[in-house]
Design a protein around this ligand. Structure first.
Ligand code: SAM
Length: 209
């Protein structure tokens, strides 16, 4: 089991009970995403956590594949879906690299609070493009620590990571992320950000063709 998997497995219960940091921005993201969804769509969410967002979108689409490396996160997600009577989300333990799906098979890919946690962001973005249908849409929300007030975090992060109090994370700037997304051939259609201490960039991009 990887260090990251261990961290998220251990955090799952607490994560599922924690309040959404910025409810107004979260609702705006849900609404803007739902304006892009329709009933015949197949959606992939990678790093789905306990499925909160997938559950919000489930009634707007045909099917959601919700994947994550943490089995404990997925167990909570499956239970929440069962409680809500939602049966069109398949929760699966895997990474994008391990995902057994046809190329160009999803209308929408969601990557929410995940890109800054991955060491191989460019490879991940290329995989997103690989799994998107032509005309498909990538919706992302990413903590941009490169644009944030992280002076203190820089000092404590190595210790906190060592103690297992923080996951591995990577410092990204919004402008760099936009360039990386454009660099894969996706067209950035929408971009705004929120957050005080940590800037969070919401980016919607589409695959041309
Ligand atoms: C900060 S949480 C975000 C969860 C959810 N997307 C949300 O917005 O609430 C990050 C999630 O990504 C998962 N994760 C970390 N690395 C991953 C990887 N390589 N592939 C898939 N999921 C991963 C973690 O297990 C965790 O559930």
């Amino acid at each position: 089991m990887s260090k990251s998997e261990k961290f998220w497995d251990k955090s799952a219960e607490k994560y599922s009970k924690s309040a959404i940091a910025d409810e107004i921005s979260y609702q705006r993201k849900l609404q803007e995403t739902q304006s892009l969804l329709s009933e015949e769509m197949n959606v992939l969410e990678f790093g789905c956590g306990t499925g909160t967002t997938a559950l919000h979108h489930a009634s707007h689409v045909k099917h959601i594949d919700a994947i994550d490396i943490s089995e404990n996160m997925l167990t909570i997600g499956r239970e929440k879906a069962k409680q809500a009577g939602v049966d069109n989300i398949r929760f699966k333990r895997c990474t994008l690299t391990e995902l057994d799906a046809q190329p160009a098979s999803y209308d929408v890919v969601l990557g929410l609070s995940i890109l800054h946690l991955l060491p191989d962001r460019l490879e991940t973005l290329n995989q997103v493009v690989h799994f998107l249908k032509p005309g498909g849409i990538f919706v992302s929300s990413t903590a941009c620590l490169g644009d944030s007030f992280i002076r203190h975090m820089k000092l404590v992060a190595p210790i906190a990571k060592l103690l297992g109090l923080m996951p591995d994370f990577y410092v990204v700037k919004e402008q760099d992320l936009l360039s990386e997304i454009s660099g894969t051939g996706l067209r950035v259609d929408q971009n705004w950000h929120h957050g005080g201490t940590v800037k969070v960039a919401f980016i919607v991009a589409s695959k041309q063709g």
